[in-house]
Design a protein. Structure first.
Lengths: 204, 599
């Protein structure tokens, strides 16, 4: 079993913590030692959220070192750009097509970076960059709040676990009325990953 | 059973399985979840206390009554509770008493940084420090045992990365069915600290520490791990995990009992390795102890005394002083054009009831400027406190002049007024902070006739830490109905005659109340009332901008609402975020009446 370092980043209220909790529990159920830590600060008030999840034979530090992130999972574009230096060379950046403009941009001097700028930042560290239309997919499955499930589904394609490991946890974690749509969102995320990896020519 | 638990969950469960009967706290990051988790378990008395001093005194009373008790707080909370902390160290305990202090290195969500390990030595209280959730769980059992065996409170010290980190825990205990019944035994020489009783207790404290010194020598959770004997690392807390990550082959001494120290164990370890280093977060606490033992050691020479550690900081420091080889230079990376990334600061939410009052304060008191430097005579000083509303210091609201510690808004205002600054002074604080330590300040203002205005921003909850109840909410720690302490009654009761209660979303009413209070010659209070939208999940119909009426004056941007942005130089409102009919502050600010509230 390979060690896995995942950094999940986003903005307060996007479901980053729920997703990283799921990641951690799935890691434990799959036989890994797991540590995870969140930097929330005053995140519920619109600040950035960062979640470190580490799977390994024996994990010491809960925090991942700069340059050692295997998967940078961005729930928001600007936040993904901000944490790009944590990627290991050749790591995978998964970015949801979500833009949340911070108040400092409105009437401020530093503009919000466009996607090609963000992609440029990420490309300094890796050429494996995936921008996924997660909000659109979530909308299509009838649960606009399931953006985090689309992202988890996408990520699951890169990690060699049985799909049930993920879906069982999702079933357990969510209120019953959101389970079916969340599972559909997860499934669509996984399919999207398959399709995009074929285009990129990156096999398992 | 294996469970993934945060440090705070593990502390709560560990204490529960150790038979804790009473658990108290005032919420504070990163300690809040201890009581939140405890409140989900049956058979324990759990309370949100008015403040940390109250919390510890309640726990102390329960301990005197013969049952096991716990009080938890953030690092600065122990400053508030320092008085009972020293007092209970003097009297000792009956039922085991554990004080949990969660420090916040790096000030993720705090007004200051401090290393509470000093409190243990200062108050002569034994201290335990876990390095992960498993140890947090296990140590709670030990903490209560030590407390009872040595007639002492015990300090369990955690930090953000222990409290807010999930690790795998083998939950191998259960709560005993038959816990000790409460009962008080009269013992004035132990409980009544008049000088003649307190002096013998001082002797008992020192004797206790001597006994504990020999006890910790064989404490099973202090651990020596022998690897390469060229380098020996002494460490504790989460810093131990970073050290293991960075010094892969070294020998380690992991200390869990960090007051008093296992001196022989440390000496023995130092003899077995060629060179000793200390890896610790914040102050050179262990390092100084090793120096006192005559062990040559480095620590703060390579790891900063300031801020939260990361494995990277430890690694880079080690490379800098030659403890680790320098890494090979990375091959040149492709250069993309440098992109400056805008900051994302926390901000008040859409529909936040604090926005209106802070906007009016900026307009009235700062006269729209608020730039640093000597202020004009007719400007007003706004002293502030600790809570969500402190975010009003950031632009565009930028409406606050001070923020120091809980309750200080009112008392600093009194001091400024009594110093005879030429400006009027307004104090701003929240409902929870007012209960915590604002009341005594208000009593002082009435007693000493301070001509100040106090604005209580009453959002009906302790919002910043995640919506806990407090005395004015009428909601208990278990979420049940409790007696409500009415803010108005308290304010009137302490003797304030000039009291106003206004709607947080009515700018005119707020402005006229403030203007009125500034003219009176006595202490005045304005309660600005409106619910926290995150707490009560209010959803109003969103407002809209009439593009034809919008003249791009940007006045609506001055309230800093996250729902408002610009598109083609016109204001736009994000309907998914706006609380519209439940708020409507922006519509009152727009001079063109271009913002339309839904019908």
């Amino acid at each position: 079993m390979k060690d896995v370092n995942v950094l999940m980043v986003g903005v307060g209220g996007q479901g980053v913590i729920l997703a990283s909790d799921a990641m951690s529990e799935i890691g434990v159920l799959s036989g890994y030692d797991v540590k995870k830590t969140d930097s929330l600060g005053m995140a519920q008030r619109g600040g950035s959220v960062v979640s470190h999840v580490r799977w390994g034979k024996h994990v010491y530090s809960p925090m991942i070192k700069r340059g050692e992130v295997d998967f940078l999972v961005g729930f928001e574009q600007l936040e993904t750009a901000r944490w790009a230096p944590f990627l290991r060379p050749g790591g995978v950046a998964i970015v949801a097509d979500v833009v949340v403009i911070p108040i400092s941009v409105i009437g401020g001097t530093i503009p919000y970076p466009n996607w090609s700028q963000t992609e440029g930042v990420l490309h300094q560290y890796t050429n494996q960059v995936y921008l996924i239309p997660a909000p659109k997919i979530a909308e299509e499955v009838g649960n606009p709040r399931a953006v985090n499930m689309v992202i988890l589904g996408f990520l699951s394609e890169f990690l060699e676990l049985k799909p049930e490991a993920w879906t069982d946890n999702i079933r357990q974690k969510l209120p019953p009325k959101f389970v079916e749509s969340s599972l559909r969102a997860f499934q669509r995320g996984a399919e999207k990953a398959k399709a995009m990896r074929q285009v990129k020519g990156v096999g398992k | 059973m294996k469970q993934l638990l945060s440090g705070n969950e593990a502390i709560a469960l560990g204490a529960y399985h150790a038979g804790v009967a009473a658990a108290t706290a005032y919420p504070g990051t990163p300690s809040t979840e201890i009581i939140e988790n405890m409140a989900r378990l049956d058979g324990v008395y759990v309370e949100w206390s008015t403040n940390e001093k109250v919390a510890l005194e309640v726990a102390m009373g329960a301990s005197y009554g013969g049952v096991r008790a716990l009080a938890s707080m953030k690092h600065v909370g122990l400053n508030v509770a320092a008085d009972p902390f020293f007092a209970v160290s003097t009297t000792g305990i009956i039922g085991g008493l554990v004080v949990v202090s969660c420090d916040d290195p790096g000030e993720h969500s705090s007004q200051g940084e401090q290393d509470n390990r000093h409190f243990a030595r200062f108050a002569k209280v034994p201290m335990l420090e876990p390095t992960d959730s498993q140890e947090a769980y296990d140590l709670m059992e030990w903490a209560f045992k030590i407390s009872e065996e040595f007639d002492t409170p015990v300090l369990l010290r955690s930090t953000t990365r222990i409290s807010h980190c999930k690790t795998v825990v083998n939950v191998n205990r259960e709560r005993q069915a038959n816990l000790k019944q409460a009962g008080f035994t009269r013992s004035p020489t132990k409980f009544v600290m008049v000088p003649s009783n307190a002096r013998p207790r001082r002797n008992a404290m020192e004797e206790r520490i001597i006994k504990l010194r020999s006890y910790v020598e064989s404490f099973p959770m202090n651990q020596t791990i022998m690897g390469d004997r060229k380098l020996g690392v002494v460490s504790s807390g989460v810093a131990y995990q970073y050290a293991r990550e960075v010094f892969k082959d070294a020998s380690f001494l992991k200390l869990v009992t960090t007051y008093p120290f296992p001196e022989d164990l440390i000496r023995k370890f130092a003899k077995e390795v060629e060179r000793v280093i200390v890896v610790e977060e914040l102050d050179p606490y262990l390092e100084e102890e090793l120096r006192c033992l005559g062990i040559p050691v480095i620590g703060k020479e390579f790891i900063s005394i300031i801020g939260e550690l990361t494995p990277e900081i430890v690694e880079q420091g080690a490379i800098r002083v030659g403890l680790l080889p320098a890494p090979p230079k990375p091959s040149a990376q492709p250069k993309a054009p440098p992109v400056q990334l805008p900051a994302r600061r926390p901000q008040l939410c859409a529909g936040c009831p604090h926005v209106g009052a802070e906007y009016v304060l900026r307009k009235l008191c700062f006269q729209g400027s608020g730039s640093p430097g000597p202020i004009k005579k007719d400007e007003i000083i706004v002293t502030s406190d600790i809570g969500c509303y402190t975010l009003g210091v950031y632009p565009p609201l930028a409406a606050l002049d001070t923020c120091a510690c809980m309750g200080a808004s009112i008392t600093q205002a009194i001091g400024l007024e009594k110093a005879k600054v030429p400006n009027k002074v307004v104090a701003v604080l929240g409902d929870s902070t007012f209960m915590h330590s604002g009341i005594t300040g208000l009593v002082d203002a009435v007693y000493n006739q301070a001509n100040i205005t106090v604005i209580i921003l009453d959002n009906g909850t302790t919002a910043m830490t995640g919506h806990q109840g407090h005395p004015a909410t009428g909601i208990s720690a278990r979420g049940a109905k409790a007696t409500t302490v009415k803010l108005e009654k308290v304010v009137e009761g302490v003797g304030v005659k000039d009291l106003h209660v206004v709607n947080a979303f009515d700018l005119k009413a707020i402005e006229s109340a403030i203007k009125h209070c500034l003219e009176t010659k006595e202490p005045s209070v304005i309660i600005v009332r409106g619910p926290c939208p995150l707490n009560v999940k209010i959803k109003g119909k969103p407002s809209k901008v009439d593009e034809d009426l919008c003249t791009s004056c940007y006045m609506c941007l001055d309230i800093g609402c996250p729902a408002i942005s610009l598109a083609n130089d016109k204001a736009v409102i994000d309907a998914g975020v706006c609380l519209g009919t439940a708020c409507g502050v922006c519509a009152q600010v727009c001079p063109q009446e271009a913002i339309l509230k839904a019908e």
